[in-house]
Design a protein around this ligand. Sequence first.
Ligand SMILES: [Fe+2]
Length: 328
Amino acid sequence: MLTMSESKNSFIAIPMSEFSVGLPCPVDLYVQLSLSKYVLVVRRGERPDQDRFDQFRDRNLTHLWVTEDEYQAFTKQIVLVAGVAVLKKNFSNTLKTKFLANAATSVFREFETIGLTAENYEFAKDINQSTLSLIDSQTSFQQILDDLNQCSDDVVKHSMAVSVLSVLISSQLGWESKINIEKVSLGAMLIDIGLKQLPKETVSKPIMNMTPEEVFMYETHPFRGMEMCLLLGNVPDDVVSIIYEHEENIIGQGYPRRIRAFRMHPMARVVSLANAYVRLVLPTKNNPVPKNHREALVYIEHTQGQPHDKEAFSALITVVTRQKLKAS
Ligand SMILES: [Fe+2]
């Protein structure tokens, strides 16, 4: 066992629930003794079994730690495992969603710790493809919401739900181009990556408890997300527009630019509606008592005055009242 004292490495915490039992570990794993002391407990290439993880839990360990340098190797494995899991015929959709949400959580943690890179952008695209496969095998949007709700990261579960719903609305609108559907799905999954640049203590607060300064900072997240993509350089323009405009609405009362329908990207009109809708029906810290589908539709239409694209809203009604993902 190797003790690292006063380490110069940066370490990233990974919840115990995100480890797959029996696979060769792609990285060295550590237990944290203090802010700067870590003990190596699993070497790269070892295959820790369930007993090993149970021993860690018996010691009341909730996380193991990975050096920042090795973190991408961990994410790479978890994304690959999720891609395989989604194609397994004998896995339930709940289990498949759990693998995907785990992989997305790992990728989003990279956005937070090392930013958007060429490698983790590719991971996000892989998860996106797997999510599209999952939609094909799911029975209802509500089931996907229920399964995503097991995910501990509010940003991840919200983003994945918006991605799924945006695809369903787009399909209902008759959009047939596979490339466009992939852009809608990917853009929707990345809408809130700008939040990963903001202080955790701010983002983890319910918006109603934020100070005006914190709300102002929070509302910069579409711009920050757009900037992260532009800096990376190879993100399609449509995806960048979705990220930048996902908090806008067609009556010019969104943010950050308060633009109206004729200036909004058509894909962003769909994703902004899905974003607003998921915010109402998915339980999160900002929405501890979620609305059911009917209540959410009524709220958008009557309380909010239906500030979204009319055709997209009709498509949303069809999608969520039908509650079957494929037209029968
Ligand atoms: Fe957002």
